[in-house]
Structures are given as structure tokens and as C-alpha cells.
Design a binder for this molecule. Sequence first.
Ligand code: ZN
Ligand code: ZN
Length: 346
Amino acid sequence: MSWIGIKQRNPQRKFVAMKLRTAMDDLLNQDIKGLDRIDKIYHKVDGCMSYVNMQKCIQCGMLHFNKSNYCESKLCPICAYLRARKYLSVLVPRFRNMLERGYKINFLTLTIKDTAVLKYGLDIVKKAWRYMTNRDPFSKYIFKNMFIGGIYAIEIKKGKNSKLWHPHVHLLVVKDHFSKDFDVIKGLWEMACQKVANTTEKISSVDIRGVHDKNGKLTKNINSEDTITSAVVECVKYVTKFSFDDYSSMDLLELCNCLYNNRLFSTFGCMRNSEDEDLDEDYKDVVEELVCTKCGSRDFEDEVTSIDKAMNMNVVDFGKRHYVSKKEQIAGLTAIMEVMLRREYE
Ligand SMILES: [Zn+2]
Ligand SMILES: [Zn+2]
């Protein structure tokens, strides 16, 4: 857990809460019904980290960040950051392990034509994905032969020029043999989209994405620790980061309604295992041993405040060595992951 990371995102959290509040007032004035969802999310984001538990060292008085009540909304910048951290700490080591065993990794994006109604577009994307990887035996066979597993993340945004919704899928896939599969996946995706949208028009496209290595250079070759980290960050950032600036009040309402009960991220094939349940769990910090990083004492007393008050106090993390939570014991974030994450979430 990084107190600094949370602190940096608190102003963004307030901005999002303000946006939701403004949208709600605006829609109320227009007498638009069905604002429950947006109201709920507003209260969640607004109340995120209203309770911050710090441990005060009895010997030297240093305040250490301990735990808090997180809202866990998909739209909350603090919770999105924590979620991204958790995804990374589980997924990067798993992908790295595949690379070490000689597998190849590709980054693909599957898109559909922009749509005026978000729910419609989102439905097509999700149904087409299910059709291609599961429902249609022919597609399923080819897909599984090309990719033995991977992660799947839906990005929701508005098209810059069209001003319409542009939901699409980012895939990080694992391959056990080299093959040129761009045309194949393009054909499968088009067939699936046409089938579920019930049309013969061309409504989809596929592209192979490059990622930035640690020097910021764009590459399609994902075979090192920093490029794989970068690819996972790229993939998960879309489900954990939304752009609010271009959204109207109605857009926000539509987004809030569509995000409810909609999974935007999942793993499949060889990338799926029991830890996946963990990925959607909340961020409980099970502190097992606390040691003051300033004086080494182990005696603490509770000190409780809100995030806004805590921001003005001199609060520190327990630090990697001294702060032990169960999650962080499973897989720690490396320095490279921290840097990549910071860069993407600033
Ligand atoms: Zn101390
Ligand atoms: Zn939150």
C-alpha cells in the first residue's frame, strides 16, 4: 500500500465526486428519472476513505498509515489505483513466468463501430466475445488453438470525432507456437460481431498494439519484464481509469448504469486460476506485524481521522519491510511496476 499514491489521487477523487454531484443536480432540474445509481456512486466516491486508521508510535510519535474504508467504486480514482496495483501484482509475475517458459505474448485490440447507446455497444462486444470464444464451436476451436490463455479488458470511452460511445476489448494473449494470426482473429471477430448484431455490414476491426518499454520507446515485442509490465498496465488501466472531461451529465448517468453489474475484466485459459477470485475482492489490509520505521518500536496506539485531515498530517507508510499484509506477501510490486503505474495514473 502506498500512502503517497493514495494522497496523490485524493484531489482526483474529489473532482469525480464533484462531477457526479453536478450531473445529478443538472438531471434533477431536467426532471430526468432513474438517478438512483448515479446518486449511489456519488455517495460512495464522496465518502471514500472517510475513516483513516493510523497507528501512532508510542515511543516517537510518528503516524503510520494503517487502513481505511475504501468505496471500491469503478469510478473512484483512489480505488481504481489500488485495484490496478492488485491486478499488476498478481498478473505480471504470471505473465513473466510464461515468458520464462518460452511462451510468446501479444497485445490485441478488438473494436466495433461507435454506437449512440452505450448499453447496446457493450452488449455487442460482450456477446461477440462469448460467441467467438465459447458459443460457436468452430471459432472456439480456432481461438483456443491460437491463444492458450490471456486477459481480457473492456475499455469504455467516447470517440474523439464521432462523439459516440466506443466500447472495445483489449487482449493480452499467450501463445505456445509462432503463427501469423492477425487475419484469422480479424475474421473470427468480424463473424462474431455480425452474428450477434444480426447484420452483414462490416462493423468491427482488430489491431495489434505496441507498448512502451522503460525508456518510453514503442515496441510490439513483449518479451522483457518492463514491456510485459507496461502491457499489463496498458490493459488494466482501461478498466480502472475513466476520462470525465468530455462526458455530459447524461453520459455520466449512462456510464453509471452500464458499469453496474458489468464485469469489465477477466482472465481465461492458462491465465485463469484460483487467485482470480482474489482480484475482485476488497482491499482488506491484514497487518500482521508493525514496526516503526523511524525508531524501531513495536508499540502503537490507534488514531482515527478522515483522509482530508490525514493529508495535512505527517503520515508515512509502514514501508515494504515493516508493513506486512497477506496480499503483499503473495506478490510484491517491483520498482519497475511502481514506476509504470505512476506514469499511467498521473
Ligand atoms: Zn517510532
Ligand atoms: Zn474509493
